[in-house]
Design a protein around this ligand. Structure first.
Ligand code: OMP
Length: 225
């Protein structure tokens, strides 16, 4: 079994480029994450093409709507057999319960808590007080009680979430190797720090996909783990 925790975020607009990149680095990663950029452009056909590579598929759709709509969306992706699907925890308990009930048997449903691109000033601007840490723990608790498999959070909170939810499945994006640019990400840590704190999956996009040599970048990150 492939136990490499790195999931490459294939955030590329062209299917051919995404497929070529995935095939190049396939030996240094454990799975492939397809998000909005990919799915809105290439849909089911694109997912089927990427699935041919043979790695587990993480469908990062970040579903957030009324429970009936989210459940119907979950049903419509059964055929793609994703290993992991995301919903937004802020959609509420009923939405998460219905999403899990509608998911395929072998699909983990994980809830995005607070996006790694946000900090406390951004939270305050949307009317959410308190610290990022407390907000992530609150939403993790809600996701747990709704019966989800785990959550998505930054590496800054994953240790605390892991302590209160021992058998949870924790997806950590916003990862940057020590010398990497943070770009639009605000709550970042290194891949190694996230893994040591209890991350189950390390989502990495641009540090590999935008590197001059993506294979060397993936191999270098893998070597730190
Ligand atoms: O759900 C996600 O995967 C996600 C949640 C989050 O809070 N922050 C976050 O960056 N992501 C995704 O993780 C990937 C991070 O990409 P890079 O910043 O390029 O490594 C992107 O595909 C984001 O959509």
């Amino acid at each position: 079994m492939n136990t490499n925790p790195i999931y490459l975020a294939l955030d590329l607009p062209r299917l051919e480029s995404a497929e070529a990149l995935a095939r190049k680095v396939a030996g240094h990663i454990g799975g492939l994450k397809l998000g909005m950029e990919f799915f809105y452009a290439h849909g089911h056909h694109g997912v089927h093409e990427i699935a041919k590579i043979g790695l587990p598929i993480f469908l990062d759709l970040k579903l957030h709507d009324i429970p009936n709509t989210v459940a119907a969306a979950m049903q419509s992706i059964h055929v793609l057999e994703p290993a992991i699907v995301t919903v937004h925890a802020s959609g509420g308990r009923a939405m998460m319960e219905d999403a899990k009930a509608a998911a395929g048997e072998h699909c983990k449903v994980v809830a995005v808590t607070l996006l790694t691109s946000l900090d406390e000033a951004d939270m305050a601007a949307t009317g959410v007080g308190g610290s990022a840490h407390d907000q992530v723990l609150r939403l993790a608790d809600l996701a747990h009680s709704a019966g989800l498999d785990g959550i998505v959070c930054s590496g800054q909170e994953v240790g605390a979430v892991h302590r209160q939810w021992k058998d949870g499945f924790f997806v950590v994006p916003g990862l940057r190797p020590a010398e990497g640019k943070t770009g639009d990400q605000k709550r970042t840590v290194t891949p190694r720090a996230a893994r040591d704190a209890g991350a189950s999956v390390l989502v990495i996009g641009r540090p590999i996909s935008r590197a001059e040599d993506p294979v060397a970048a993936a191999r270098a990150i893998e070597a730190t783990l």
